[in-house]
Ligand binder design. Structure first.
Ligand code: MG
Length: 444
């Protein structure tokens, strides 16, 4: 990710939004500093009114686009990806990511280099982004109920953007805080994806300090994972499940999530006789589904919780608030709440579509391999319930498997879940031999 690329994309985005008002924020990655200048430069050159929030979570930018009636936003972040990566997230005037139709128009401008010229934009710094987000999230919670419990909470912000707001938020909720990696230095002490294998330090902190719960966020604070009071990392899938159970107990309604998220969402919704709508993977697809079906809660199994009553973005702060209010309202431990849920076994795998260094042939390969693979899976599993919304999802009573081409990496993703480990192993083995045969044949 070079400054030149950032300038070009920012100029294209400024042109796409016809030189409107654009909110800019970034996570703590060191390269965010030079990329910020590049993004602002591109926006100013295309005549935009730039509002710079500096370091803040992705959901803060989303929310401030709405608050300031802006025409769009750019977040400079590589989200949960490794330290050396960086990237840009583009937000529409609705405070949500661009959908595929909007992306197409925007990318056409980028590829054709037909940028706005002539008018020079303006730049101002905005200092109220974090406090606005904090106030909005606090207003949606039973703050007093949470405060009374004086929870002891260990938190790991991975030294990302959450460091500037999560500890503050927890203090306002009267929590006793054990902070780990919660300085906005951009130096990640572990791989930043909040999944169990990356949370060993937080688990020790929780155990050693006898905390009630641990929370881990990714560097742009839109994904949240939980560590139990026993110091055990919970699957990132459980964040949305627990938040959903709590919301539905208060406000029954539609739940929207993607096809790859755990079946526990269906079980929990079933308890309250509520409907679950499944969408394609990708935050914008979940958000569009949530808007269309007026969902009371939405999100993704990767730890992304969306509470439409606040805003249509995955928000780690929202997730923390809901989980703490849930704990306070039932007066049980987090592991007791998890113990009440049915048990599933899940695996997430990916298969490279190409040999390393073979990027030139990527479009042809992807066009060829994936449809053929899906077609052959369709024939093999024709007696099962099949869903073709996003790749293929095969659904049986005690298991499901979702196979789809990634839209961010040249890989095929396989996500499977079953009621027992042997059953999961059997499904994975079947799919494994199928994919390996299929890709080998077609790659020749
Ligand atoms: Mg993220």
């Amino acid at each position: 990710m070079t400054p030149q690329i950032a300038v070009d994309f920012a100029q294209a985005f400024g042109t796409y939004l016809k030189g409107g008002k654009i909110v800019v924020g970034r996570d703590t990655r060191p390269s965010g500093e030079f990329l910020k200048h590049a993004v602002i430069s591109g926006l100013l050159a295309s005549g935009c009114e730039v509002v710079n929030l500096e370091i803040c979570p992705t959901p803060t930018v989303q929310l401030m686009v709405e608050e300031l009636n802006a025409d769009g936003g750019i977040v400079i972040t590589a989200s949960h990806n490794p330290q050396g990566y960086n990237g840009l997230k583009f937000i529409s005037s609705a405070g949500i990511f661009l959908n595929s139709a909007q992306n197409k128009i925007f990318l056409d401008i980028y590829h054709n280099h037909k940028y706005n010229k002539g008018k020079v934009g303006s730049l101002k710094r905005c200092y109220v982004g974090l406090e606005t987000q904090l106030a909005k999230v606090l207003a949606s919670l039973d703050v007093e109920l949470i405060q009374k419990r004086k929870f002891k909470v260990a938190v790991d912000c991975c030294n990302g953007a959450g460091s500037l707001v999560v500890p503050l938020f927890l203090k306002k909720l009267n929590c006793r805080l054990i902070e780990f990696a919660s300085q906005p230095t951009g130096k990640f002490p572990h791989p930043p994806e909040p999944i169990p294998e990356n949370l060993a330090s937080l688990c020790s902190e929780v155990k050693n300090s006898r905390a009630d719960i641990g929370f881990a966020l990714d560097p742009d604070a839109d994904r949240l994972a939980i560590v139990s009071e026993e110091g055990k990392p919970l699957s990132e899938e459980l964040t949305l499940v627990l938040a959903t159970k709590f919301i539905l107990s208060k406000t029954p309604g539609v739940v929207v999530t993607n096809l790859s998220t755990t079946a526990l969402v269906d079980d929990v919704a079933g308890e309250f006789k509520c409907r679950v709508i499944r969408t394609k993977v990708g935050e914008i697809n979940v958000v569009e589904g949530a808007k269309q079906h007026q969902a009371v809660i939405a999100g993704e199994g990767n730890g992304g919780v969306i509470l439409p009553a606040i805003h249509y973005g995955r928000d780690g702060l929202v997730g923390i608030g809901l989980i703490l209010e849930y704990l306070a309202s039932v007066n049980k431990s987090i592991s007791a709440l998890v113990g009440e849920l049915p048990q599933y076994f899940m695996a997430k795998k990916k298969y490279p579509l190409l040999n390393a260094g073979d990027n030139q042939s990527l479009p042809r390969q992807r066009r060829g391999v994936v449809p053929a693979l899906i077609q052959s899976l369709k024939e093999k599993y024709k007696n099962k319930k099949l869903d073709f919304t996003d790749g293929i999802k095969i659904i049986d009573k005690d298991w499901w498997v979702h196979i789809r081409p990634s839209r961010t990496e040249p890989v095929i993703r396989v996500i499977a879940e079953a009621k027992t480990q042997p059953l999961l192993d059997k499904i994975l083995e079947e799919i494994d031999s199928f994919i390996k045969d299929g890709t080998a044949d077609l790659a020749d």
